[in-house]
Write a protein that binds this ligand. Structure first.
Ligand code: URA
Length: 273
């Protein structure tokens, strides 16, 4: 069909729809991308056609052995890929190419990390939201802006070029879940090996676990309102669970406790220098 819009007007209209929150092009008939038969991830298709051993006693090669999809263990695959990553760029590449997590198919961008690798503080959030998905950087939307103000209050900034004053920020999941739904247990489990490797390679002194899903991934515990404010141990490091900035935006009264948690972090950093 010939469009009555010129390129510039079509582009402005698209920008307007995106600004209003549209994040999907809808066709005349609905498409369930999670059920497309030919949408099997490349690495799964490769694994499914793994070569079979020679036929016993004959030395003759057998036809390719078909491994049912259900036998591909995403957690084991993630462990193998994460362990093989020798540095952060390699980890980024391994995660971006990890095809067993369906979230990647609905996301616009892969969101790895922001800030300074090697900073003393590493923040672990939940998953990209709309703004993060559009920009490909964690915590850039309203919750991220509050996070930046919280960090500034204790002298930290993701843009700082000083190891002492900077932070490194990532999420449990690097792809936005559809409609910002909660991460599923299987998604957290398959991305956990990458997160643990991420922490090991970034080498922070302490972790800040933002919200329930970060606690679930790294402490295997939920109940952020009980966990917050008490140092725990995650990935072999001191970890402070805090209420997520998105929660603080909805519950401003909880900022008082978050402030206490920030002071505990500041004290710990000061004691360790
Ligand atoms: N919430 C998160 O947990 N992470 C982000 O990157 C953005 C919002």
């Amino acid at each position: 069909m010939e469009s009555v819009l010129d390129h510039r007007s079509a582009r402005a209209l698209l920008d307007w729809h995106i600004a209003l929150g549209a994040d999907e092009c809808i066709q005349d008939m609905p498409v369930n991308r999670y059920e497309l038969p030919d949408a099997a991830p490349v690495s799964v298709r490769k694994m499914a056609a793994a070569p079979a051993p020679d036929a016993p006693g004959t030395g003759a090669p057998q036809p390719a052995r078909i491994v049912p999809m259900a036998q591909v263990d995403p957690v084991a695959e993630a462990r193998r890929a994460a362990a093989a990553a020798a540095d952060l760029p390699a980890l980024r590449e391994a995660m971006e190419g990890f095809s067993l997590c369906d979230l990647r198919r609905g996301a616009r961008n892969f969101v790895f990390a922001d800030g300074m690798p090697g900073a003393r503080v590493m923040i672990v959030g939940e998953a990209p939201g709309r703004e993060e998905d559009l920009e490909g950087r964690p915590f850039v939307g309203p919750a991220g802006q509050l996070l930046d103000r919280m960090l500034a209050a204790i002298g930290l900034a993701r843009g700082s070029d000083q190891v002492d004053g900077s932070v490194y920020i990532t999420n449990v999941l690097p792809w936005r879940p559809p409609q910002n739904r909660d991460p599923e247990a299987a998604e957290i489990a398959m991305m956990r090996p990458f997160l643990e490797r991420h922490i090991a390679l970034a080498r922070p002194e302490i972790l800040i676990l933002m919200g329930n899903h970060a606690c679930d991934a790294l402490l295997q515990r939920k109940g952020i309102l009980r966990l917050r404010g008490t140092w725990a141990e995650a990935a072999g490091l001191p970890a402070m669970p805090m209420t997520h900035p998105a929660y603080l935006l909805r519950n401003p009264a909880a900022k008082r406790e978050a402030w206490a948690d920030l002071l505990a972090i500041q004290n710990r950093l000061a004691r360790a220098t």
